[in-house]
Design a protein around this ligand. Sequence first.
Ligand SMILES: C[S@@+](CC[C@H](N)C(=O)[O-])C[C@H]1O[C@@H](n2cnc3c(N)ncnc32)[C@H](O)[C@@H]1O
Length: 426
Amino acid sequence: MEVNPEYAEAAKAVERAHVRCGDFFQTDWPRTLAGLEDPVLVIGNPPWVTNSAMGRLGGDNLPGKSNFQRFRGLDAITGKSNFDISESMLVHLLECLSGRRAAVAMLCKTVVARKVLRHAWSRHLQVARSSVYAIDAKQYFGASVDACLLVCLLEPGRASQDCAVYADLDERTNRSTFALRDGELVADLEAADTYGHLRGPSPLKWRSGVKHDCAGVMELRSSGKGEFENGLGETVSLEGTYLYPALKSSDLTRPRPVPSRYMLVTQRSVGQDTSRIRRDAPRTWKYLLSHADRLDARASSIYRNRPRFSVFGVGPYSFAPWKVATSGFYKRLDFRCVGPVADRPVVLDDTCYFLPCQTERDARTLAGLLNSEPARGFFGAFVFWDAKRPITAQLLSRLDLHRLAGEAGVSLPVWADPRQFTLFGV
Ligand SMILES: C[S@@+](CC[C@H](N)C(=O)[O-])C[C@H]1O[C@@H](n2cnc3c(N)ncnc32)[C@H](O)[C@@H]1O
């Protein structure tokens, strides 16, 4: 089935094929499939675009949004309005085929395969066996995206919540298995078996860096003698009061990250009055006013009804002298110790996560634990490296550092040890 008449015509050249020009979303799949004898194989290469990209493309070969809404539970799957079209197609097919002897084999983005399986698993659809075979989408389709062939074998009365992951189509042995356990996706079952006991609530709170959404104005490089160049190429003279050496994700790839820029941090806590900058640092205030058009135009709703020139993700922790930091974007988890520069705390941007520390010793202890093999193994059990932002504060918080320290025979800093919390009234 192909919705585009031209493509459908071209496909008709294939001998023995019965090609239908039609819209997936206008097709009565329960009825179509009911007319076929078991076992049924549904094989395809559904569109790789999202509904909003499809909307932007326009064209009458595209299913209208109202069609998607017919598919129940879609919001539950995506949780947001932008979703992959193939996701709704695959979910619908699996729902129609659950309880029958059938197979569904589809090329799709790996994230789509995962969402579809998560949906099938949590709804207890009768998918007996699932596999994903990685494909080189760049080579075959010129698409820079992690993609796979998703194969689901359905059998009446059988439901497994595991999926074998193969490195490529010819691979005979799977390199890992991901699964649904206790309602959440586990990226690597073997790693979860070995390191799952380190799961806990984290005794420490992971923080993300400062968010300002205006790098051109808020990020500056020193040009010496109290002068700074901002991202718009302007040279300005600012007081040091609100400027902090800053690191971003890419800086954290280095074993010893060196701040290459400064960040203008206008508040010490979320919602703090910013008008005091006029008094404390008049040149900084003038600078902010001269870029008020850009700062006031920041689109995110978090800036609405907030003091002018507000930033987010800011609190006492942002100014802790030492931090153990990692990037949310990279395909490897490395934790770096970040210390003050010229007696100023280094701030991180919102692509980073960190644990604030008061002393270098504490930071080194925590970084040592977080970079240890058991911690890496533990995170490996839960991280899907092909995700857009594989590392999140939620993921980092799953590791019980206290237990890890106990196993490693390392003493946690007093303030980080939950046994001491009552003692210190934290
Ligand atoms: C990734 S391409 C695959 C093309 C071809 N079948 C192949 O495997 O090379 C996805 C195809 O789905 C078609 N398509 C998009 N929306 C559709 C819909 N609602 N119903 C049927 N086909 C659709 C597109 O026109 C496009 O040709």
